[in-house]
Design a protein around this ligand. Sequence first.
Ligand SMILES: Cc1cc2nc3c(=O)[nH]c(=O)nc-3n(C[C@H](O)[C@H](O)[C@H](O)COP(=O)(O)OP(=O)(O)OC[C@H]3O[C@@H](n4cnc5c(N)ncnc54)[C@H](O)[C@@H]3O)c2cc1C
Length: 399
Amino acid sequence: MGRSSGDADVIVVGGGAIGLASAWEAARRGRSVLVLERFRVGHERGSSAGLERQWRVQYSEECWSRLALDTLPLWQGLESAAGRRLVRLTGSLWFGRVGVATSEGELQAAASVLERLGVRYDWVSAAEIEARFGFARLPADHEGFHQPDGGVIDVRGTLDALHRLGAEAGVRVHENTRVRAVEPDGDGVTVRTEDGVHRAGAVIVNAGAFTNELLGPLGCPVDLRVFRMSSAYFDRRTADVDLPTWYAFLEPGEGDGDGADGADGANGSLYGFGHNPWTGSDAVRAAPDAELRVVEPDPAVPGPPDAGHLAATAAWVGEHLPGLVPRCVRRSTCLASLPADPGRQFYLGSLAGQVQHGERVVVQSAGWAFKFVPVFGRICADLALDGHSGFHVPASALR
Ligand SMILES: Cc1cc2nc3c(=O)[nH]c(=O)nc-3n(C[C@H](O)[C@H](O)[C@H](O)COP(=O)(O)OP(=O)(O)OC[C@H]3O[C@@H](n4cnc5c(N)ncnc54)[C@H](O)[C@@H]3O)c2cc1C
């Protein structure tokens, strides 16, 4: 088959943060790379939307804490290549009720992993959390830990950096190009879009919440749950009010206002951030970790933020964060996807063994993965180009 401008060594489906990281990694190794993005890079309908994400080392599973420790140097490498700061280490405060488990993990289990890995943290009581971090009127049985190497990641800065570095390394990005099918064969992979056919030696599917649109027709969907998440921003009462990044493990009904971990997936927990200089605003974000199951037939159609959950978040902020004005000044929403099995965190692997010539198709999807953007990009490129990666964690296998 002759080579056309749509051919490449590697085609990446999806121009979100992880797709751009995969593309940059493959291009840095001298490969020709084409990114096909259904919308525009930086759009707000996927998961890499909004302004900030939590950076944390703690996980209830040791493998993910180890990977986070390995990822920080990759963030630093990306920062130095981009000439800008992307991760601010403001500290990570996890507190609430010991024993409450969410998709983030569980307090005691995560502290045990930190202990085993020799990562520093302070166990703090409700009174200490109030005295040190600006919270108020916490129930006396709230406790948790502060991990000083946690912090916050600049989402737009990361997308801009990867987009620019990719372009400098030769990555071509076709926007407004929806991939309809990915078909591996003995010589490569055919990628069908709405307006053409491309060929590549390997394909990396970084399609986030939309992954099964491509894996379903191949007969090997991943077991994914897709959610719409809502966030609110609150003004600070004074410019010196600041917070670490925080996550409050609460019983259903404490923070989400609906009283049950029911069909909508609300779990009661809340999370938030301090003031981030890149947001262009004085306000800070707080949000329910309420994983609302998407009801739209097409998840690409934006839905409204959930008014009930945001009102409950404002009420909790009013009670427990006296430095903030408990009125939402801005709201946002975007898609998240998680493995249906709550014991799993991510999917990352090739389709080898599931589809003929599946080793040519590498997939990453699901999970709270922004913190792993540089390493997941590295692993995707490694698997697509070399068939293996020193960073690959078996617990993320697709099956
Ligand atoms: C509210 C919220 C809070 C979060 N908080 C954290 C956090 O604190 N810490 C953390 O580590 N992670 C967090 N995450 C998760 C993190 O944001 C995601 O894991 C990450 O952004 C996923 O990036 P991605 O590139 O895989 O997906 P996306 O950004 O969704 O990119 C996928 C891209 O693929 C494109 N695409 C899909 N199908 C096709 C197709 N057929 N053809 C062409 N293009 C296609 C889409 O348009 C999209 O641009 C959060 C997520 C949400 C929603």
